[in-house]
Design a protein around this ligand. Structure first.
Ligand code: B3K
Ligand code: ZN
Length: 872
């Protein structure tokens, strides 16, 4: 397989003004007829270039005609997956008849079956698995879709836009015609047919148009869509108020399907969701999932403008729509709940997973310069780091100018397929802020390291910060240029008060400093004593900050910083410092010991009733195994686990009474509600329980069992179960079995059970996970189940990182098994193996050997790209 490059981009030689599709749906063979109204693209220049259409190897061509002239075999050819027609007029209608077998489509791209329904997934290059087409986002076309199917089995037949006709064929099948007036690329096409239940609602737009809202699910799930429907209406209103964007069609539909490669898809007017990201009920859904449902409903809805009305010119520009839309959904969730809590969660995820990606063999710029398989580039870098870039633009411009920039962007490019440069140009033009150096964020991979030193001059009350930036080399990019990094800084007095100081003549408590050079000095004047700096407030740039904070400074920031984000950040840094000491002791085989400063900090938090319980819960959560692994080089997984356990036990024993009290104080009586307030109390209560149980206290263990048995919501029940499993509670196995017994008919809950079961730390973890693959609840065809079991297993240090390498071997076996069946999922499963270079030497060689074993197979493009780049 070979790479394609951004620098080779050319406009398409042909355009498709109108696309007329007819689907004759059937259980064994589906016939697709397309009528493409095509013409040569004037922007391509005069040309006699042949017409080359994209297809998939499994698409069978029945016939092709040009302006109703049936082409004989000598006038076209099929080469691998392309259909090539040499002689064409300048303008013509191309008719193609193809045969596909959705029931045998295990890749879950194109048209496929999920339970009893037909559904589609076309982004990025799925449409070509339906019929031959110019399957690229800069070919935008007006679609009319005719669906023919047996009404008894498929009473619901949906596609994009509005239903414009309904009738019967001579054989008595039902015919439904959908028309979407907005030109769109093929990746936004969707079709659904099935026996589905529906929930109806309406939304009145700001200009008083009435929009019909519909959510479709299989009938047994329709009682779980109320929350998503409300979230949808909140999203629609928010986009009107915050971005001035109103919905455009008269109907907006969402369909839930069980078998889906990712979370959801923003098809025009017909979003398709993984049921795990749409369905919610108090008994079966945890708080985290409630928030995820709301965020993803919003994300897909927001794409209607940032993605659909204005789309990407080519797939290198993916972050144009994804980075911006993630930023939009993050801000929406922040507005619905707590800004600080949301920021902490997003940054914690970024620093754990995106930073790891940016430091590994798959590191790539937010706008990649090349790829082998685009599906591999739906990454944390494109999504999360892409959102950080948009957030930095927001910081540099301020809210008002940012809004002017987004208005200009949407107005200027409505109906177009554009680039990241176009986005930045609109932001720059509307604001007058120079973003020329800033643009390097799009093209340069790797996480910059910002090193800060300081000095204070008593006699003049002057405080200086010296900042240096350095971005480490990444594959294909040995040297880096300095970036424009906005660093938000405040100063605190030694007593914790906020200090106002002048920078460049402007007095304020909070300054955005523009770090643009490799090394730069910033001068604060008007001080009367040495301050404690609060650096990179609200994580104003996606960088690694290095500053030698003393434990005393960190405790001060933790207790007194006016920036809530940096209070959390200080606690993390304190914990990381202590854990690093402990990890090194564990690596050396020493007995672990520490005088933890966190005890004092946590004690204060646990007694301060004025604090947001959600923030307290976040601060109490020790840095994760994954985050500590990202920081480590090399990674000693078992030492990290041991250090975390040790510190947690120390804190638990020292503060046992406080944890017990907080656990009791934050119990909620009454009905479950997914409000920020209740979620906050539950999160604090459950983390308090996890510490309290850690002490081994008999009463705590009983409380846990009681909570498991009497909870009226999944958050509390599942928290109790997870704590039991991870604390080696004597009843853990019993509770796990009871949980399955109780929920075996709810697949989404069973997935949680699969994941937790697979993540257990035990001697025979590998045997357990192998058993799960044989369990009746498991299904290799269902991505959620594969992710649950294998994702869960990846968290089991004793299982996955078993010293003999059998855990790696097991994962490699599963990747090889899925490689051809579902290349996208197989490729995602490779991620833990891509970290082999950073692992402790004995494990590193074993992991590498498994990658080499995979590489020797006949691989899909997806798996080949990740594995070969990892070994390079
Ligand atoms: N745009 C889709 C992702 C499609 C992934 C294709 N492999 C979901 C989203 O980001 O909204
Ligand atoms: Zn998206």
């Amino acid at each position: 397989p070979s790479a394609i490059y951004l620098k080779d981009y050319k406009v398409p030689p042909f355009l498709i003004d109108k696309t007329e599709l007819t689907f004759d749906l059937d259980e064994t063979t589906t016939i697709v007829t397309s009528r493409l109204h095509m013409r040569r693209n004037p922007a391509f220049g005069k040309s006699t270039a042949p017409l080359i259409l994209d297809g998939g190897e499994e698409v069978k061509l029945i016939g092709v005609a040009m302006d109703d002239y049936e082409l004989p075999p000598e006038e076209y050819r099929i080469s691998e997956d392309k259909l090539i027609i040499t002689a064409t007029a300048d303008e013509f209608v191309l008719t193609c008849e193809t045969l596909i077998e959705p029931q045998n489509n295990t890749r879950l791209e194109g048209l496929y079956r999920s339970s009893s329904m037909f559904c589609t997934q076309c982004e990025a290059e799925g449409f070509r698995h339906i019929t031959y087409y110019l399957d690229r986002p800069d070919v935008m076309s007006v679609f009319t879709t005719t669906i023919i199917a047996d009404e008894a089995r498929y009473p619901v037949m949906l596609s994009n836009g509005n239903e414009v006709e309904r009738g019967k064929t001579d054989e008595g099948k039902t015919v439904v015609v959908w028309h979407d007036p907005f030109p769109k690329p093929a990746y936004l096409f969707a079709l659904v047919a099935g026996n589905l239940a529906v929930k109806n609602d309406v939304f009145i737009t700001q200009s008083q148009r009435e929009i019909k809202l519909q959510i479709f699910t299989e009938s047994h799930n329709i009682d779980k869509v109320d929350y998503a429907m409300e979230a949808l209406k909140r999203s629609m209103r928010w986009d009107e108020v915050t971005y001035g964007r109103e919905y455009d069609l008269d109907i907006f539909m969402i369909v839930a399907v069980d078998d889906f490669n990712m979370g959801a898809m923003e098809n025009k007017g017909l979003n398709i969701f993984n049921s795990s990201c749409l369905l919610a009920s108090p008994e079966t859904t945890t708080d985290d999932t409630y928030l995820r449902v709301e965020a993803i409903v919003a994300h897909e809805y927001f794409h209607n403008w940032s993605g659909n009305r204005v789309t990407c010119r080519d797939w290198f520009q993916l972050s144009l729509k994804e980075g911006f839309t993630v930023f939009r959904d993050q801000t929406f969730s922040a507005d619905m709940h707590s800004e600080t809590v949301k920021r902490v969660e997003d940054v914690s995820f970024l620093k754990t997973a995106q930073f790891a990606e940016d430091a590994g063999p798959m590191a790539h710029p937010v706008r990649p310069a090349s790829f082998i398989e685009i599906s591999n580039f739906y990454t944390l870098t494109v999504y999360e780091k892409g959102a950080e870039i948009v957030r930095m633009i927001h910081t540099l411009l301020g809210a008002e100018k940012f809004r002017a920039g987004s208005d200009l962007y949407f107005d200027r490019h409505d109906g177009q397929a554009v680039t990241c440069d176009d986005f930045v140009a609109a932001m720059q033009d509307a604001s007058g802020v120079d973003l020329s150096q800033f643009k390097r964020w799009y093209s340069q991979a790797g996480t910059p390291v910002v090193t800060v030193t300081d000095s204070y001059e008593e006699s003049t009350g002057t405080y200086r910060l010296i900042m240096k930036q350095h971005t480490p080399a990444t594959p294909g990019q040995p040297t880096k240029l300095p970036l424009h990094i906005p660093v938000r800084v405040g100063l605190l007095s030694q007593q914790g008060g906020a200090l106002s100081a002048q920078v460049n003549g402007v007095a304020a408590e909070d300054h955005v400093l523009h770090l643009k050079a490799n090394e730069q000095e910033f001068v604060f004047t008007g001080l009367t004593s040495r301050p404690v700096p609060s650096l990179l407030r609200s994580f104003s740039a996606p960088v690694k900050l290095r500053y030698e904070y003393s434990a005393k400074d960190l405790l001060l920031l933790l207790s007194a910083d006016s920036d809530g984000f940096n209070r959390w950040s200080a606690s993390q840094q304190l914990a990381v410092n202590e854990l690093t000491l402990l990890i090194n002791q564990a690596i050396k085989g020493d007995e672990l010991s520490i005088e933890s400063q966190l005890i004092q900090g946590f004690k204060a938090l646990l007694s301060d009733a004025a604090l947001d319980p959600a923030m307290v819960a976040l601060i109490l959560a020790l840095p994760s195994q994954a985050y500590l692994s990202e920081l480590a080089d090399p990674i000693y997984p078992a030492a990290i686990k041991q250090a975390r356990q040790y510190l947690k036990a120390q804190l638990a024993n020292a503060l046992s009474a406080d944890f017990e009290r907080v656990y009791r104080e934050h119990k909620i009586h009454g009905e479950y509600q997914a409000t920020a307030e209740d979620i906050a109390h539950r999160s604090l209560k459950n983390i308090a329980l996890s510490y309290w149980v850690e002490t081994g206290d008999e009463l705590a263990q009983q409380e846990l069992v009681t909570q498991f048995q009497t909870a009226n919501n999944m958050t509390d029940q599942f928290s109790a179960l997870s704590i039991a499993v991870h604390s080696q509670h004597p009843k853990a196995a019993e509770l796990l079995a009871a949980f399955y017994e109780q929920w075996q008919s709810e697949p989404l809950v069973v997935n949680k059970w699969l994941m937790l079961s697979a993540s257990q730390e035990q001697e025979n973890a590998l045997a357990t996970v192998k058993g799960l693959l044989e369990h009746p609840a498991f299904d290799l065809k269902n991505p959620n189940k594969v992710r649950s079991v294998l994702g869960g297993f990846g968290q089991s240090v004793s299982g996955f990182h078993k010293a003999d390498g059998s855990g790696y071997q097991f994962l490699a076996d599963q990747i090889i098994l899925l490689n051809k069946r579902n290349p996208q999922i197989a490729s995602r499963l490779c991620t833990p193996l891509t970290r082999w270079k950073k692992l402790q030497p004995e494990l590193s060689v074993k992991m590498k050997a498994e990658l080499e074993r995979i590489l020797a197979e006949n691989l899909s493009k997806d798996v080949y790209e990740v594995v070969s780049k990892s070994l390079a």
